[in-house]
Design a protein around this ligand. Structure first.
Ligand code: SF4
Length: 705
């Protein structure tokens, strides 16, 4: 049996934002025994199909094991010096904004911290963005607009304490399985607990819900404005909470009244029955203990920030926030999307939840780092960054732990941009990916099981990832690679890190530096950890400081927000239509997403035969009505086409899809490139506030192959 006592290492799953604890023991360099960690408070020993198959994904056969320049093996010294010298030359000739880093929610917090420090404090540009931009940046922006800071107020335990759980744009049964199983277990214990699922598709999540609202794609903000209006009409507003803790709120009510005036009007716009809508509104109004969870179905929209604010508004208006069993709750997609936010991994942030546009904050960070400069303005967000490469404004890019050639919208344009870029550096674990062909320099990074550091999950819980496998070939930790390039660029002493621990305690110190309680993100209570303390660190929810040495499960019960006066704001939300609407040439709406047993671009999950069996090839789900209309039999090959690209996939005809909508998973590429590569079709429209792409709404047409 696998226990700590018999030598198993406690670590954290590298996949979704649930952040399950794992016990692992190596059985040779390419194999390990894996089980859920019974002591980890995010999963109590349970693992989903992806987590429990991790031991089958450790093969080194396709790994990148040595540094390469133009495909030829070189020494680390040659590779690092080439990267440093080329970046320096381009910066000296064209300025700091001519270079960029594109990083990832797969990085550990320590890797992220060093990358952000180098770009914003030493190179002096804001041009570092992350694939978290594609995932939950709309939530980041909305939480900042509502709370004054990017903070998730609640914790997983709230799902067990709630009487109503509303899931919006989330197929948690597949995408956050262990949390969803926890919710179903709570439902078995608590007969009052009802689950509502708001999603255009009928999914595994909706099948377990008491009520499914299959809304018309893109109408979430109307639904929640309608709810706000309903709550006011039915005397369900907590004006005492609003008066005490909110700076602004009247305009949000007024905008809701104008844009969602009546229940029949909302039902009509959202394309659902008045009866079902009334049931949802009544349940919400009557149920004090309500948690609203949301995910990419809300975030990945050209008005995703507004949609999230429309959800947060109903929780602020009812004072249902930060108390046991209630609150608005964003589910992060990636294992460390939140850790990246903590250290400033987004182009419009500084480290420690500080603002790049605030001169005092810039001064604070620059002083703490004793840095020669500090980025003066936000950098380019993901989609803009690759457009700037195509336009020749960015001449060098360093991509770490992510594959934009597969995962960014309009991915053929991204590939063209990479093909034209003067200097592309790729740090990655695998060789022969869709991205590798564009790399001038390839740097082998350690993978899960080999590297060491921390991640933060959806409930603000910081957990350790620990190594239990030897480093293969010459692969190195990402923080080491970045800091050794920084040293070669002339920033020696400030990047002389020897371990992830040194970086973590610096990050913890920065979070408390000149922080008199005005910023919630404060882990200064971990700044004095010695090496042994860091190695033994148990999962803990931030903030962790003098007042809260053991962390905090819930925030904002009784205020404590980050706007002046410790107040929050309700944001008036004017619902907007998606950026690109269907027309006679492209009459259907494409929605992309995840499937249960694959992760991102499949570099890891694709190695497990067990996982690949679940759904072995890319497919398009469409309604029988549309299948008949476009002469597409179930199981046949179909060509999908948008204004941006084409893909060839297999049709799956199902009543789970509503008429006019098509769902395609986003994982496939490689041998399927330009066949199953669905992001080639996805429109690159973004939310003007968050920069998050609208991956849930691209007009397409479909025809038999
Ligand atoms: Fe890993 Fe998420 Fe599954 Fe937990 S639920 S085992 S974190 S993929």
């Amino acid at each position: 049996s696998l226990t700590r006592e018999n030598g198993a290492i406690a670590t954290t799953c590298p996949y979704c934002g649930v952040g399950c604890g794992i016990l692992a023991a190596a059985r040779g360099p390419e194999s390990a025994d894996i089980k859920g960690d019974p002591e980890h408070p995010s999963n109590f020993g349970r693992l989903c199909s992806k987590g429990s198959s991790l031991g089958e994904t450790l093969s080194l056969e396709t790994r990148l094991l040595y540094p390469e320049i133009n495909g030829r093996r070189v020494s680390w010294d040659d590779a690092l010096t080439t990267v440093a010298n080329t970046f320096q030359r381009i910066i000296e000739t064209h300025g700091p904004d001519a270079v960029a880093f594109y990083v990832s929610g797969q990085l550990l917090t320590e890797d992220y911290y060093v990358a952000n420090k180098l770009m914003k404090g030493y190179i002096g540009s804001g041009n570092i963005d992350t694939n978290s931009r594609l995932c939950m940046s709309s939530t980041v922006a909305a939480q900042k607009r509502a709370f004054g800071e990017d903070v998730v107020p609640g914790c997983y335990e709230d799902l067990q304490l709630a009487d109503l759980v509303v899931l919006v744009g989330s197929n948690a049964a597949w995408c956050h399985p262990i949390l969803f199983q926890r919710l179903l277990a709570a439902k078995r214990e608590n007969r009052r607990l009802k689950i509502v699922n708001i999603d255009p598709r009928r999914t595994a999540t909706s099948q377990s819900a008491d009520l499914h609202l299959p809304i018309r794609p893109g109408t979430d903000a109307v639904l929640f404005n309608g709810l706000l209006n309903y709550l006011r009409q039915h005397d369900s507003i907590d004006f005492g909470f609003l008066e005490k803790h909110l700076g602004l709120y009247a305009e949000a009510f007024e905008t809701a009244r104008k844009t969602a005036p009546s229940l029949p009007a909302v039902a009509r716009i959202c394309g659902i029955s008045e009866e079902d809508l009334a049931t949802f509104y009544q349940w919400f109004a009557r149920t004090e203990k309500t948690v609203t969870l949301w995910s990419q179905g809300v975030n990945q929209s050209s008005s995703g920030t507004d949609k999230v604010n429309s959800i947060i508004n109903v929780h602020l208006a009812t004072g249902r926030i930060g108390k046991p069993g209630m609150g608005p709750f964003s589910l992060t997609g990636q294992p460390n999307a939140m850790g990246g936010r903590e250290v400033g991994g987004l182009a419009n942030q500084l480290a420690a939840h500080l603002d790049i546009e605030n001169p005092e904050h810039r001064n604070l960070v620059q002083t703490f780092w004793n840095a020669p400069r500090i980025a003066e303005k936000p950098g380019l967000k993901a989609v803009e960054m690759f457009r700037a490469i195509a336009g020749g404004r960015i001449k060098a890019i360093w991509i770490m732990a992510t594959n934009p050639a597969v995962s960014l919208p309009d991915s053929n344009a991204v590939r063209d941009a990479l093909g034209r870029c003067e200097f592309v550096v790729v740090s990655e674990c695998e060789s022969g990916t869709d991205l590798s062909q564009y790399a001038h320099v390839s740097l082998p990074a350690l993978a899960w099981g080999e590297k060491d550091g921390t991640v933060t999950n959806s409930e603000r819980r910081i957990s350790r990832q620990r190594a239990f496998l030897p480093p293969p070939g010459e692969a190195k930790p990402d923080w080491w690679i970045i800091s050794r390039v920084a040293q070669r660029m002339g920033y020696g002493d400030d990047f002389n890190y020897q371990s992830a621990w040194e970086i973590f305690v610096e990050h913890a110190r920065l979070s408390g530096f000149r922080n008199n309680g005005e910023r919630v993100f404060d882990i200064s209570g971990l700044a004095e950890l010695d090496r042994a303390g860091y190695d033994a660190l148990k999962p803990i929810q931030w903030p962790v400081n003098q007042c809260h040495p053991n962390g905090v499960p819930r925030l904002f019960d009784g205020g404590g927000f980050s706007f002046p006066g410790r107040r929050a704001r309700m944001v008036p939300v004017l619902p907007k239509a998606p950026a690109n609407l269907p027309d006679s040439a492209y009459p259907l709406v494409l929605n992309t997403g995840r499937i249960r047993d694959q992760w991102h671009t499949m570099t890891r999950t694709g190695k497990s035969a067990r996982l690949t069996k679940h759904l072995p090839e890319p497919y398009a789900e469409l309604n029988p009505h549309d299948a008949a209309r476009y002469a597409v039999p179930d199981g046949s090959l179909v060509r999908l086409e948008s204004r941006f690209g084409q893909a060839l996939v297999r049709a799956r005809v199902t009543e789970d899809q509503q008429r006019g909508a098509v769902f395609v998973p986003m994982h496939w590429s490689g041998p399927y490139a330009n066949k199953g590569l669905i992001n080639a079709l996805v429109n690159p429209a973004v939310d003007p506030v968050s920069g998050e792409p609208e991956s849930k709404h691209t007009p397409i047409r479909i025809e038999p192959y």
